[in-house]
Design a protein around this ligand. Structure first.
Ligand code: FMN
Length: 400
């Protein structure tokens, strides 16, 4: 592992974030770090974890802390799944393969985004563990169907359908940094923005050696080939997925489906109704609709409504192992993390991802011991205090 991400330089995820910021051009760092509009939800996701406090049981010995959980019938070494993070190949050469390999090595699952630069077959081959495929309907139904077939053949064990992306969120940092111009083909439009690439010569050299600007290798448009990077925003606008689409997606996939992007008990019920096996309470890390509630606040309502019918996962704002513990106390089976490992990838490739996972694992064990809790299975609301006014277990719904 490179010294730049070892202890004592990197002790936590915020340290990895700082290293990533030094390594990456601003346009790439802000793509990871940023959220939609005023970034209120993005910040609120993290703040919600700060608002929940622990109620430890002291003078209790917890000699062995078993972190294993089963998600969709598969055993993971800890309750963490790497969330789909598009364009990981911009963060580090063959970024998706590097992240999947690190996850597999650590015994946790990796989710590959549709919007990735590496071929899904290569990513599956790079991991010795569980891999899931996240599908967007960019490029149209036939395009999605061919990716689903390929994912099945390559051994992906679950299909994650993201439902919160009817259109790309308004990521103002990306616009200010000239992401669109840098991705386009007009040299003159790029000029005002290229200096940010030149100030990161190490990244630039690696990026060029990796083939430069990638195409989306898993969005193969009939008659045209892999989708160009510049086309992604428009393509997302034409790619809304509806509950009706779940029928043909389900039929084509034939395996477990995970609905990602549930914000309310109503949509959690929809996920159950369409036969999904798991859902992710997620607001896309605050990158889509700004102003929605932080996910940790929504989690109890979803668990109370459908927790006995479907596996409930949550993401958004996980930066410490203690955050994972809080999510489990509120009923999540496991969590997904996006930025926590994307910072690691930007900081040092696969080694940085491995370091992020290692930090979260050590945090988890320490937190359980300090709580006096012998195993993950025993975590419940008695180990935490939730601020007054938070919905806890209320099965709220407009539709009854
Ligand atoms: C750089 C970046 C790219 C993302 N790309 C996707 C994507 O392609 N598909 C998707 O479903 N979610 C995507 N997400 C959302 C993550 O899967 C996840 O919901 C979010 O990162 C969780 O919040 P956290 O970053 O605070 O952990 C992306 C997130 C980030 C940070």
């Amino acid at each position: 592992m490179p010294r730049s991400v070892q202890s004592p330089r990197v002790l936590n995820i915020e340290d990895l974030r700082r290293v990533a910021k030094r390594q990456l051009p601003r346009v790439v760092f802000d793509y990871i770090d940023g959220g939609a509009e005023d970034e209120r939800t993005s910040r609120a996701n993290c703040r919600a974890f700060e608002e929940v406090t622990f109620r430890p049981r002291c003078a209790v010995a917890t000699p062995a802390c078993d972190l294993r959980v089963s998600v969709l019938g598969q055993s993971l070494s800890m309750p963490l799944i790497l969330a789909p993070v598009g364009s990981s190949r911009l963060m580090y050469p063959r970024g998706e393969e590097a992240a999947a390999a690190a996850a597999g090595e650590a015994g946790i699952a990796y989710t590959l985004s549709t919007l990735s630069g590496c071929r899904l077959e290569d990513v599956a081959a790079a991991s010795k563990g569980t891999v899931w495929y996240q599908v967007y309907l960019v490029g149209g139904r036939d395009c999605a169907l061919s990716a689903i077939e390929r994912a099945k053949a390559a051994g992906y064990s679950a299909l994650v359908v993201t439902i919160d992306t009817a259109v790309a969120g308004m990521r103002e940092r990306d616009l200010r940094n000239g992401a669109k111009e840098l991705l386009g083909d007009r040299f003159g439009s790029k000029l005002p923005f290229v200096s940010q690439l030149l100030t990161r010569p190490g990244w630039l050299a690696r990026f060029l050696a990796d083939g430069g600007l990638m195409k989306f290798q898993n969005v193969v448009i009939p008659g045209q080939g892999p989708m160009l990077y510049a086309d992604v925003t428009a393509a997302l606008g034409d790619a809304v997925v509806t509950w009706d689409d779940l029928k043909w997606i389900q039929q084509a996939w034939g395996g477990p489906i995970v609905i990602k992007g549930v914000h309310t008990a109503d949509d959690a019920r929809h996920a159950v109704d369409v036969g999904a096996k798991a859902l992710v309470v997620s607001n896309h890390g605050g990158r889509q609709l700004d102003g929605v509630a932080p996910t940790l606040r929504v989690l109890p309502e979803v668990v109370a409504t459908v927790g006995d019918q479907i596996e409930v996962l949550v993401d958004g704002g996980i930066r410490r192992g203690s955050d994972i513990v809080k999510a489990l106390c509120l009923g999540a089976r496991a969590v997904m993390a996006g930025r926590a490992y994307a910072y690691g990838l930007g900081a040092a490739g696969g080694a940085g991802v491995a370091r992020a996972i290692e930090i979260l694992r050590a945090d988890l064990i320490r937190t359980l011991k300090l709580l006096g809790c012998p195993s993950l299975a025993e975590l419940d609301q008695s180990y935490i205090d939730v601020p007054a006014g938070w919905p806890t277990g209320r099965a709220a719904s407009r539709n009854g």
